[in-house]
Write a protein that binds this ligand. Structure first.
Ligand code: C5P
Length: 229
């Protein structure tokens, strides 16, 4: 049994990837499996937290012992996270949220026309859920974001992470490199965690569960540093 260092804490985790419908049978999605977010939820639960998991189209089994809110689109995820975040000690935005959604959703299945040569989709921006939380007063709630980047250069990857943390107003940002075979579908991950000062406060590599525990070590330390949280 791990140390119960999150006992009495309420932790919200979003996980998975949103799907933005085009018509009744099609959607725009992404390759997020939800594994890292689920590992964070499981690890937080094991350390004594009350965990709400906002689950977007998970490709793996839901963890036991968590309050699960199933959503599909970015707008649904936004509502569920905003609802769960009120009064939470920690919000971890591990979900891959679509930046854009189709400007309109067709009631009927879209059909190709003979000789149409192609189809242009009009997309509109989705709200940035993490930035909305980060730019609103959130005293007492530690906000943790993710940055999944394909940037191969380590120094440049860190710069992207620092800029993203600041832009979104997150307290901590977890940077991981993703590619066709890294980050999303696999069972392992490699991350660095950046704090408000842009300092690297942890780096972890291994199973998604061990990476989750390393992240929670940082979160527990930050909660202890700010007793008002
Ligand atoms: O900007 P980017 O998508 O790289 O940022 C990733 C972080 O922002 C993740 O924590 C993700 O959950 C969050 N995000 C969000 N709303 C969006 C897009 C990303 O909360 N529309």
């Amino acid at each position: 049994v791990p140390a119960q260092d999150l006992a009495g804490r309420r932790v919200v985790v979003s996980a998975g990837g949103t799907r933005e419908p085009l018509d009744p049978v099609r959607f725009l999605g992404n390759r997020s499996s939800g594994k890292q977010g689920i590992a964070i939820a499981e690890a937080a639960r094991a350390r004594g937290a009350a965990v709400t998991l906002v689950a977007a189209n998970l490709e793996v089994a839901e963890p036991a012992g968590c309050d699960i809110r199933r959503v599909s689109t970015a707008m649904e995820l936004r509502e569920a996270v905003a609802d769960a975040a009120a009064g939470a000690d920690v919000v971890v935005m591990a979900a891959a949220v679509a930046d854009y959604r189709p400007a309109s959703v067709s009631e009927a299945k879209l059909k190709k026309e003979p000789g149409d040569g192609g189809l242009t989709l009009e997309l509109v921006r989705n709200p940035d859920i993490l930035a909305e939380l980060g730019h609103a007063p959130h005293d007492g709630t530690l906000l943790v974001g993710f940055a999944a980047e394909t940037e191969p250069d380590g120094a440049r990857l860190l710069e992207l992470g620092r800029a993203k943390r600041a832009a979104k107003g997150a307290d901590l940002l977890v940077v991981n490199r993703v590619g066709w075979n890294e980050g999303f579908a696999g069972d392992d991950n490699a991350v660095v965690v950046i704090d408000r000062h842009g300092e690297v406060v942890a780096s972890a590599e291994g199973s998604k569960l061990s990476v989750a525990h390393a992240m929670l070590d940082v979160i527990v330390a930050q909660l202890a540093d700010a007793p008002d949280r």
